[in-house]
Design a protein around this ligand. Structure first.
Ligand code: MLC
Ligand code: AMP
Length: 477
């Protein structure tokens, strides 16, 4: 069975298999359009896709998978620095775009225009190989390409079908970006493997979720927090079957308000680009606020103390969460150093997340080991990448970036900057937004004369976070 099993004819056609950006694609039309693109890219080492939430992005992604060409999603708002890095580092010779983006900068790659009305013959899907190279931030440096095999993606989706009782009767609704695991792999490939249909809402607003009439809804906690604050929109989700939150911690008050207004206790699940989704509460099990539940089928977890010893499963003692199983990636593209750092000698992946496990096996994520990986609105952002971008500004002598608690975004990027010339925060925010992806921009800039440092000269970010906490709660909205 291929990865896109719902597309291969066995499930029959569905006139409205994928609705995105006002376009409605049947399975037959999606296969035909992707088949036409697959013929043009056959044999290429990789296909970059300018991943706007459009029919063209879905067609190009399916084409890459049918042709056995690894797909490299490029965030559509990535500024020149980030886009050039992804294109050059991945070595993708082709960048698939919609007609309106035909003139886009591709840094030496050839721009390939995708037409969802084109028709061709879909090739037989390959059995194995790399499905995706997904770029994700580390604590320092530019984003790294994570190699996800077809087998890992298939195993990951099948495990979620089991945990969430996800079937061809489901209509999935979400408005998440199509360049990460959540929106693209779960949110687009899910229905193309499991069956059923997809409605992508463009932006994930409460009004759009309320109007979509689906059975299964995905969102990051920022989306659910906005839905929970909109009583009418939340009540409109009562007829749904399952609401699923992930990519960042779902605050317990949001869980409770959502449950009260919709009648559905949300499912919370946990994952990473490097491991796909590894933990989840279950549709047929307890949905405990603040908990990410149990390992999904095919995944094992363990908790390890700093000295490498096992941590008791007493729901109190924290340890680093390590995972193994069928959903793990094949490592980072061209980065054996990062691979070695992220895996144990016995092959487990070090998540960098700190967790507890209860005697009943339920997992709770309590934080991250490093202050330099920030989750803002569900996006993973490395402090080092933002600091490097800020230091490229002529009026910046030095900068330190932290993720400050934020009622809307979970964490908001706050930049402490030592200026070398007159500059204001808005100009620095715009500078970062133009060079990197827009969501990596600081939401606040604090101009300072110096940064707190230890004897080795390392910035004491804990002190900056304490200052943020002392200043009281913020909301970037
Ligand atoms: C604002 N904008 C700017 C700007 N300031 N543009 C340029 N320069 C500036 N200085 C524009 C943006 O382009 C955008 O335009 C608009 O303002 C709103 O941007 P925003 O303020 O950043 O959006 P916001 O409302 O804060 O977004 C919230 C959100 C978003 C929830 C919609 O954070 C989001 O989509 N998050 C999902 C992240 C995700 O999918 N993560 C999964 C990772 S996978 P416009 O035109 O676009 O409106 C993973 C594994 C797992 O974690 O477990 O799932
Ligand atoms: P990414 O690489 O963007 O996929 O981000 C992965 C990170 O998101 C994980 O290492 C966690 O820190 C965080 N994350 C994902 N889901 C959850 C969750 N349900 N609760 C807490 N953190 C989460």
């Amino acid at each position: 069975m291929g990865l896109l099993s719902a597309l291969d004819g066995g499930f029959g056609d569905a006139a409205d298999a994928v609705t995105v950006d006002g376009a409605v694609l049947s399975r037959e039309r999606l296969r035909a359009a992707a088949g036409a693109v697959a013929a043009r890219i056959a044999g290429a080492p990789a296909l970059a896709v300018l991943a706007r939430p459009t029919a063209e992005t879905v067609v190009a992604t399916v084409a890459g998978l049918l042709a056995g060409v690894p797909v490299v999603p490029v965030p559509p708002d990535a500024g020149p620095k980030e886009r050039e890095h992804i294109l050059r580092d991945s070595g993708a010779p082709l960048l698939a775009v919609a007609a309106r983006d035909a003139g886009t900068e591709a840094y030496g790659a050839q721009v390939l225009t995708v037409d969802p009305d084109e028709r061709g013959t879909a090739p037989a899907e390959p059995e194995d190989g790399t499905a995706f190279v997904l770029y994700t931030s580390g604590t320092t440096g530019a984003p790294k390409g994570v190699l996800l095999s077809r087998g890992a993606v298939a195993a990951g989706l099948d495990a979620l079908a089991d945990a969430w009782a996800w079937t061809p009767q489901d209509t999935l609704v979400h408005g998440l970006p199509l360049f990460h695991v959540h929106g693209l792999i779960l949110g687009v490939l899910g229905p193309l493997r499991i069956g059923g249909s997809l409605v992508h809402t463009g932006r994930p607003t409460p009004e759009a979720y309320a109007a979509a009439g689906g059975s299964l809804y995905f969102g990051v906690p920022t989306v659910w927090s906005r839905v929970a604050a909109d009583t009418a929109a939340a009540r409109a989700l009562a007829p749904a079957r399952l609401l699923v939150s992930g990519s960042a911690p779902l605050p317990v008050p949001v869980f409770e308000r959502l449950a009260a207004l919709t009648g559905h206790a949300p499912i919370e699940r946990y994952g990473m680009t490097e491991t796909l989704i590894t933990l989840s509460t279950r549709a047929d099990g307890e949905r405990r606020p603040g908990s990410v539940g149990l390992p999904v089928a095919g995944v094992r977890t363990r908790l390890v103390a700093e000295d490498g010893s096992p941590v008791p499963h007493d729901a109190e003692t924290v340890g680093e969460l390590q995972v193994s199983g069928a959903t793990l990636s094949d490592g980072y593209l061209g980065r054996p150093d990062a691979d070695a750092e992220s895996r144990t000698a016995d092959g487990w992946f070090r998540t960098g997340d700190v967790a507890v496990i209860g005697p009943d096996g339920f997992h709770r994520i309590v934080g991250r080991a490093s202050v330099d990986l920030i989750k803002s609105g569900g996006f993973r952002i490395g402090a080092g990448e933002v600091e490097a971008a800020l230091r490229d500004h002529p009026a910046v002598a030095d900068a330190a970036v932290v993720g400050a608690p934020d009622a809307d975004l979970g964490q908001a990027i706050v930049a402490y900057v030592i200026p070398s010339a007159e500059v204001d925060g808005a100009a620095l925010t715009a500078f970062v937004a133009e060079r990197l992806s827009v969501h990596k921009r600081p939401r606040r800039v604090v101009l300072v004369d110096e940064l707190p440092r230890n004897a080795m000269g390392k910035v004491l970010k804990k002190r900056l976070l304490d200052a943020e906490a002392a200043a009281g709660p913020h909301s970037s909205r």
